[in-house]
Design a protein around this ligand. Structure first.
Ligand code: GAL
Ligand code: CA
Length: 354
C-alpha cells in the first residue's frame, strides 16, 4: 500500500510540474483557444454531451468549453439528463447532423464502448471528458481520447490535508480517544473519481499515522440535497460522536453543512470539520465563513479548455494536441492537476473559477 501511494505521489509531482509548464504558456493559449489562422476556415460542428446540466461542477466545465470557443467552431450542446439512452440518441442525432467530432461526458462510465461503436461507424473522432472510460476501451479506437484528472490525486490531497489539520487541531478529537470518527459522503458508485477519492482520502490519513473509525459511508450521488438528507440521518443517529465529515465533492459538502447548521453547529463554538473536492464558488464562500475546512480544486476551466482544444483539433483533422500545451499519459489521457485549497490560498481558487 505504501509503495502504491508513493508511486501515486510521484505521479502527482510529475503532473504538477507539467501543470506549471502549461501555466506559463496559458495566457497565449487563453487569448485564442484555437489558432487565429483557422478563423477563416469553415467552422466545424462539434457535438457535446454533458451527463446532466443539473450538476454543479459540470456547469462550470460546460461554461469553460463554451468560452474556449472563440467562434471557430459550432458547438451542439446536449443535456443527457442522467440517462445513457438519451445520450446515445443525442450522439446519433449529432452524427446525422454532420458533426466533425464528439466531446462526450458519459452518463454511465461503462457506456464508452457503445459510443465508440457509433463514432467508429461514422469514422468520427471522440474526446471523452470527466467520466473516464476503461483504458482498454479507450485503447480500442485510435480516434478516442480522454480529458480529466488523475482520480486518486484528489483523494490523496484531501487525505493529506485532513491528516495535517487533524494533527494541528487536537480539539477535533471531541471524545479524546485518539481516533477519528468520520462519516463519508461518496459520489456515484462505479465512477472512477468517487471510487478513488473514497479510497485514498482514508488510506492517506491512516498512512499519515491517524487511527480512524468509519461511522457511516453512503452515496449522495454528488448531490447537495441527498448529502443533506444523509447528514440529517447520521446526526440523528450518532449526534456528537461524529468528528469529521469527508465528502467526494463540494455539492454534497454544502448539503452536509446545511444539515450541520440546522443542528446547531458553527454556533456558540460548536464546530465540525467538513472537507470537499471541486472548490466551486459556493464552497469557497463556506471556507471563508469558517464552515468548511478545506477542498481540492478540480480545475473546471482547464478541463473545459483542454476538451475544447482537443475536440476542435481533431474536428479539423489535426493531431489532438496540435498547438496546445497539453500532454498525454500512456492511456491517451490529458490529466489536469488538482490543488489543495484552504483559507490560506482561497484567492487562488477564486481566480480559477472566474
Ligand atoms: C467529478 C466532480 C463532481 C461531479 C462529477 C460528475 O469530477 O468532482 O462534483 O461533477 O465529476 O461526473
Ligand atoms: Ca475521537
Amino acid at each position: 500500500m505504501k509503495k502504491l501511494t508513493a508511486i501515486l505521489l510521484i505521479m502527482m509531482m510529475v503532473l504538477s510540474l507539467t501543470a506549471c509548464g502549461s501555466k506559463t504558456e496559458a495566457p497565449a493559449a487563453d487569448s485564442g483557444a484555437a489558432p487565429a489562422a483557422e478563423a477563416s476556415a469553415e467552422k466545424p460542428v462539434i457535438g457535446v454531451t454533458i451527463y446532466k446540466y443539473d450538476d454543479n461542477f459540470m456547469s462550470f466545465v460546460r461554461r469553460a468549453i463554451d468560452s474556449s470557443n472563440n467562434d471557430v467552431a459550432t458547438l451542439e450542446m446536449n443535456d443527457s439528463q442522467n440517462s445513457q439512452a438519451t445520450q446515445n440518441d443525442q450522439v446519433d442525432t449529432m452524427i446525422s447532423k454532420g458533426a466533425k467530432a464528439l466531446a462526450i461526458n458519459l452518463v454511465d462510465p461503462q457506456a464508452a464502448s457503445a459510443i465508440i461503436t457509433k463514432a467508429q461507424a461514422a469514422n468520427l473522432p471522440v474526446v471523452f471528458f470527466n467520466k473516464e472510460p476503461e483504458a482498454s476501451v479507450l485503447a480500442s479506437y485510435d480516434k478516442a481520447w480522454y480529458v480529466g484528472t488523475a482520480s486518486a490525486e484528489a483523494g490523496i490531497i484531501q487525505g493529506e490535508m485532513m491528516a495535517k489539520m487533524w494533527t494541528d487541531n487536537p480539539t477535533w478529537d471531541r471524545n479524546g480517544d485518539g481516533i477519528v470518527q468520520y462519516v463519508l459522503l461518496k459520489g456515484e458508485p462505479g465512477h472512477p473519481d468517487a471510487e478513488a477519492r473514497t479510497k485514498y482520502a482514508v488510506d492517506v490519513m491512516v498512512e499519515k499515522g491517524l487511527k480512524v473509525e468509519e461511522l457511516e459511508l453512503q452515496t449522495g450521488m454528488w448531490d447537495s440535497v441527498k448529502g443533506k438528507e444523509l447528514m440529517d440521518g447520521w446526526i440523528a443517529k450518532h449526534g456528537d460522536a461524529i468528528e469529521l465529515v469527508i465528502t467526494n465533492n463540494d455539492g454534497m459538502a454544502l448539503g452536509a453543512i446545511q444539515s450541520l447548521n440546522a443542528n446547531g453547529y458553527f454556533d456558540s463554538g460548536k464546530y465540525m470539520p467538513v472537507f470537499g473536492v471541486d472548490a466551486i464558488p459556493d464552497a469557497l464562500e463556506q471556507i471563508k465563513a469558517g464552515k468548511m475546512a478545506g477542498t481540492v480544486l478540480n480545475d473546471a476551466k482547464n478541463q473545459g479548455k483542454a476538451t475544447f482544444e482537443l475536440a476542435y483539433n481533431v474536428a479539423m483533422g489535426k493531431d489532438p494536441l496540435d498547438g496546445t500545451t497539453w500532454k498525454f499519459d500512456e492511456n491517451k489521457a490529458v490529466r489536469v492537476p488538482y490543488v489543495a485549497v484552504t483559507i490560506d490560498n482561497i484567492a487562488f481558487a477564486e481566480e480559477a473559477y472566474k
